[in-house]
Design a protein around this ligand. Structure first.
Ligand code: 4AD
Ligand code: MG
Length: 434
């Protein structure tokens, strides 16, 4: 077994000699003393090497230590409040596990974003990227905690599907043996609806795929989506759930990711501290009126673009719901609004600070005839939806749900401008390497 103490556990070893493994994050020599900064994934620690206290071989070895050399260091743990992480190691021994070339691509200078993306596998080792991944992980845990506390059951929906889930425009497809074309899931929603009739409150949480031709800072071709689906829940109840969830997520990040947010990402957390219920709600009609009063030429019936969303949300510190969009602007499965059949019972939740739509949700059409008519209107292949229509044929029920884009949520909470930094290996129109 490899003898190893994690940097985050050093507090329990003050005064003892331990061995720590990691990667060389930085090195500085001044005369007969050298300072190494070691990173092991749990933290950073400064290692002090005094020429007089190590063998000449160990001192000589310092020469070959380039950035990102992997190594083991043995030394005595000293508490030092000024040191990063609060501890220091006084080195007694050191051995190199894996050398690293002088040409290590990511140096401490500024690199262009294309260069960084090309070296994403190494860029991930830098403090900012580590902080973003930790926030992402905490939000994933928080999502699951929130839903399980409320009695939701996690279900897993297929990635390969014969039915178009959202819209025909952004599909990835592949040949599926003798059965024709399979599509990569744009959403797990339709399957969630079947599962909600079995389990009441369900959610799926996994990768979804959209062949987005748009090159924006909000779009990936592969992104993670959380999708709850709730039986006996109308559009109002759906928005309430979204509000509760988003408040919970922001509070969790503030509670458990303060160091990442404040120290590494330099996030202005006062902006996050003001995210408290209730969130403002604007009907689609009100949003259009507001945009027109601001000089926009948007027409009733148009979907809101990214710029429109930013304008609608600009006067608010909190996320804003825009609800009940025109039917033509939204997906086929949304329930017709009985009070205005030109519109559907749906909502988008728009994050503040220009981060745009983080959630899209709706009450689902539970009327067989209306749903079939919408499928035909949208020219979707009817035969693929027999099972979905069955849900309206055998015990139809009011139900609602939504999709929260994980990367957009992480981007907003971290204050990261482009969502490509919020997933380890982003897939975009122009990139699937590394
Ligand atoms: O609004 P969307 O398309 O909704 C659905 O897919 C529904 N079927 C969800 C449901 O009701 N179960 O997508 C939901 C969210 C968006 O609000 C956005 O946050 C994110 O998914 N999203 C994307 N994130 C990154 N890249 C893309 N290309 C995205 N498309 C949507
Ligand atoms: Mg949407």
């Amino acid at each position: 077994m490899i003898e190893n103490v994690h940097i985050s556990d050093l507090a329990g070893h003050v005064g003892s000699e331990v061995t720590v493994h990691g990667w060389l994050h930085n090195k500085r020599t001044s005369g007969k003393v050298a300072f190494l900064i070691l990173r092991d994934g749990t933290g950073l620690v400064q290692v002090v090497v005094s020429q007089g206290e190590v063998t000449p071989e160990v001192w000589a070895r310092l020469e070959e230590l380039n950035y990102e050399t992997s190594l083991g260091v043995t030394g005595t743990v000293r508490a030092d409040p000024r040191a990063p992480g609060g501890h220091e190691l006084s080195l007694t021994d050191l051995y190199v596990v894996g050398p690293s070339g002088e040409d290590y691509p990511i140096q401490l200078k500024e690199h262009g974003v294309d260069f960084l993306l090309e070296h994403r596998h190494l860029w991930l080792r830098t403090p900012r990227q580590v902080a973003i991944m930790r926030v992402r992980d905490e939000l994933i845990k928080a999502i699951r905690d929130f839903l399980h506390e409320r009695g939701f059951v996690n279900v897993d929906t297929p990635i390969l599907s014969g039915a178009i889930g959202e819209s025909a425009g952004t599909l990835f497809s592949t040949e599926y043996f003798d059965l024709g074309t399979a599509y990569l899931a744009q959403t797990g929603q339709l399957y969630n609806e079947a599962l909600a009739a079995a389990l009441g409150r369900v959610y799926c949480f996994g990768p979804t795929f959209r062949a987005e031709k748009s090159k924006t800072r909000r779009h990936l071709t592969e992104f993670w989506m959380l999708e709850p689906e709730v039986a006996w829940c109308d559009s109002e109840c759906n928005m309430q759930l979204q509000e509760d969830l988003v408040f919970y997520l922001v509070a969790r990040a503030l509670e458990r990711c303060r160091t990442e947010l404040v120290e590494t990402l330099e996030r202005d957390i006062s902006r996050l501290e003001s995210i408290v219920p209730p969130f403002p709600r604007l009907s689609y009609d009100e949003a259009i009126a507001k945009l027109r009063s601001l000089g926009s030429s948007i027409q009733w019936g148009d979907d809101l673009g990214a710029e429109d969303e930013t304008q609608v949300a600009q006067d608010y510190e909190r996320p804003v719901f825009v609800y009940n969009y025109p039917k033509g602007a939204k997906a086929f499965y949304m329930k017709e609004n009985p009070d205005d059949p030109r519109t559907v019972l749906c909502d988008d939740l728009i994050a503040p600070e220009g981060y745009g739509e983080i959630i899209g949700g709706s009450q689902r059409e539970d009327d067989y005839d209306k749903l079939l008519a919408r499928i035909r209107e949208e020219k979707l292949p009817e035969e693929a939806y027999g099972w979905y229509l069955d849900l309206r044929r055998y015990g139809t029920f009011p139900h609602s749900g939504f999709g929260l884009g994980l990367e957009r949520t992480v981007a907003w909470i971290c204050g990261v401008q482009h969502i490509r930094e919020t997933i380890a290996f982003p897939r975009t129109l122009k990139r699937m390497y590394p």
